[in-house]
Design a protein around this ligand. Structure first.
Ligand SMILES: Nc1ncnc2c1ncn2[C@@H]1O[C@H](COP(=O)(O)OP(=O)(O)O)[C@@H](O)[C@H]1O
Ligand SMILES: [Mg+2]
Length: 301
């Protein structure tokens, strides 16, 4: 059964269609990243999934439970960090988690497990207020893990983190995924998402404009090959003879419309033509390329 299924999910605020007909399936054991600029509708989507706000139209379910009911949350199937966690700054991390367990009527047996998962076992007795931003994020994730959920929803878990904090959260999410917990997160950090997520959904103005496994989405993106050689004019001639399109010539570098796989044959042809090749660098597509292409499509339409 899918961790998340939405059909035509929409949310309107006055004249703003914050989420516009979102149809999406997130399979179990995937790490799904919502990408998009500020105001794209990522947080609104997550709030609807968690039953915190009601959809204007459409339907969403978590492990088959309608999101308008709180059944999935009550059954402990889903944990979430959608806002700054509301924790007491003067109380130790552990005590904060104990309070959360008491408030939700849950036993305390997951506390040590959750602290261990986020790497805070040894710092659990420090007051929350003395935590670094990265530690606070991790404690927020520990709080979300208390029901031992099969799905974790994290809104901007990487926001405001320094490089060390980013690595901590990245390792943590990967570790949870390795245990079979599906993770849905939002971010505007494209590189971060590319490193953590197996699947992404790209949102612009409430609409899902691209969605799928990261490698599949990227394999459809444009690749090119930069060739640095002693005689760029000769490189252009050889490439034309090989039927390869030249995109640009910048100083001694020729940019060809070709893939990494074509590089050895191109190199052989250049060497046979007496060209000295100093470097051949394939440009592998990134989520940034995908994002920028969609962003451009939207500004020109
Ligand atoms: N409670 C609200 N009342 C009115 N407008 C809202 C509310 N929440 C979000 N919006 C609007 O909905 C759109 C999507 O917002 P949001 O889901 O927060 O985007 P994101 O998380 O992708 O940055 C924005 O235009 C935002 O201003
Ligand atoms: Mg948001």
């Amino acid at each position: 059964m899918a961790a998340i299924e939405t059909v035509g999910l929409s949310k309107r605020y006055g004249n703003t269609l914050a989420v516009d007909g979102l149809s999406l399936t997130v399979a179990e054991s995937t790490v799904f990243g919502f990408l998009g600029p500020n105001g794209a509708g990522k947080s609104t989507t997550m709030r609807m999934l968690l039953g915190l706000i009601r959809p204007t139209a459409g339907h969403a379910s978590i492990f088959g439970h309608d999101c308008r009911t709180l059944a999935a949350r009550q059954a402990g199937l889903v944990g979430a960090m959608v806002e700054e966690p509301a924790l007491y700054t003067y109380l130790p991390a552990r005590t904060n988690l104990e309070l959360l367990c008491r408030l939700s009527g849950r036993g305390k047996d997951q506390i040590e497990w959750a602290l261990e998962k986020v790497g805070l076992t040894d710092t659990g007795d420090k007051p929350y207020g003395a935590f670094s931003h990265g530690m606070k994020q991790r404690l927020g994730i520990a709080a979300a893990l208390l029901p031992k959920p099969k799905l974790l929803i994290l809104d901007e878990p990487a926001s405001g983190l320094d490089p060390a904090g980013l690595i901590e959260v990245r390792d943590l999410v990967r570790g949870l995924a390795a245990e079979g917990i599906a993770v849905v997160l939002s971010s505007h950090l494209l590189n971060e998402v590319q490193q953590i997520c197996t699947h992404v959904g790209l949102m612009f103005k409430g609409k899902l404009v691209a969605e799928g496994p990261v490698d599949e989405l990227l394999s459809a993106e444009h690749t090119d090959l930069s060739i640095e050689a002693d005689a760029p004019a000769r490189v252009v001639e050889v490439l034309k003879a090989e039927g390869i399109v030249v995109e640009a010539v910048i100083d001694a570098t020729v940019i060809a419309k070709a893939t990494r796989e074509q590089a050895p044959a191109i190199n052989a042809a250049l060497v046979a033509a007496g060209v000295k090749v100093y470097a051949m660098v394939p440009h592998m597509p990134t989520l940034e390329d995908l994002y920028l292409r969609h962003a451009r499509l939207r500004t020109h339409s």
